[in-house]
Ligand binder design. Structure first.
Ligand SMILES: [Fe+2]
Length: 342
């Protein structure tokens, strides 16, 4: 029965789909292999591959990763419905997971898995869990602006004095998660006004890395992005960040939003036991160490697991008290479209 369903789905998906990961990169042809745990992933490829390989080595369970971006992957799972080959879904940002959750497509995550994760990083519904975390930051060019001149709040960036002075990548799921955080931390009117200010003031870049490089080159004095791209560049040749520093808004400001990368098991999985086992592995001290050792510079979310030493501790970031489980990506996309940002 199981093999039949997988074969039928494989036949339906005979047309190759071209997908790309966060920050660009090539696409992959995809045909689900019988007997392999199907991991749909919009997390960074190197991290997902490291988890999948280590899991296979440890358990002998074969895995296959299908890559895409947050919203397209979430939409694909919903469109495939009961016949989706997906057993596990890993996202970069939690709004893509809540999209799938709201369609009732997620099984409960094993309690033992949720118990491995820091408090507040697995929803009370039990439908998914955090697997990593990333912080919003302001990157600034130290030759173009002083620390005293930096905005005190993300909301300040809508003011006319910031016209042409900041950059961001509104087209990406990363930035859209930040806007979802703003919406959850404030209200629709505030978010709408801020987005309109952004449309007037901000230079638009393709992704976080392009934003960082533009700030580094002095095209704009400041940019809004996630922390880990900066720390990766700093750990390497510093080509994209040598002239910059990071500013953390803290103070529960919307600009201190911490986004969760999420992991879930599909209700329609025909390998539910193995899917649960995989998620347990990813969130275990061993799996979280793989994340840290990958050099991704994202935050570990497993209890008792230290993130990279270069990062300020997660519990010192003072993010806004946003429930990540209410983030509404559909609303964000409509507000950003109305503001002319998408
Ligand atoms: Fe990313």
């Amino acid at each position: 029965m199981i093999m039949k369903r997988r074969s039928a789905v494989a036949a339906l998906l005979a047309l190759p789909l071209v997908l790309s990961a966060c920050g660009g990169g090539g696409g992959d042809e995809f045909t689900a292999q019988d007997g392999a745990l199907q991991i749909y992933s919009s997390q960074h490829r190197n991290v997902t591959d490291a988890w999948a390989q280590a899991f296979t080595e440890k358990t002998g369970i074969q895995t296959q990763v299908r890559e895409g971006q947050d919203s397209s992957m979430g939409q694909m799972i919903i469109a495939e419905g009961d016949s989706s080959p997906a057993d596990v879904f890993l996202t970069e940002n939690s709004p893509a997971m809540t999209l799938v959750e709201r369609e009732g497509r997620l099984a409960k995550v094993d309690a033992a898995t949720r118990a491995q994760v820091r408090t507040g990083m697995a929803p009370s519904t039990g439908d998914w869990t955090a697997i990593a975390a990333r912080s919003t930051v302001l990157v600034y060019n130290t030759e173009k602006i002083t620390e005293a001149e930096l905005p005190k709040s993300l909301l300040d960036l809508q003011d006319p004095k910031w016209k042409g002075k900041w950059g961001a990548a509104p087209g990406g799921a990363d930035f859209q998660a930040i806007v979802a955080g703003l919406l959850a931390n404030t209200d629709e009117a505030t978010t709408k006004t801020w987005l309109e200010g952004m449309a007037t003031n901000a230079q638009v870049y393709q992704n976080n890395i392009a934003t960082m490089k533009a700030v580094n080159a002095g095209e704009v004095p400041v940019g809004i992005m996630y922390h880990y791209y900066w720390y990766r560049d700093q750990a390497g040749d510093k080509q994209g960040s040598a002239n910059t520093k990071l500013h953390y808004f803290g103070n529960k400001d919307s600009g201190a939003f911490v986004s969760l990368s999420a992991g879930g098991v599909l209700k329609s999985s025909d390998m539910p036991k193995e899917a649960q086992q995989f998620l347990k592995f990813v969130t275990s001290p061993e799996g979280q160490k793989i994340l840290v050792d990958s050099g991704s510079m994202e935050y570990a979310v497993g209890k008792g697991v230290a993130s990279d030493k270069a990062l300020p501790p997660l519990d010192k970031l003072n993010p806004p008290p946003v429930d990540p489980f209410v983030l509404n990506s559909d609303k964000v996309i409509s507000l950003m479209t109305d503001a002319g940002l998408l």
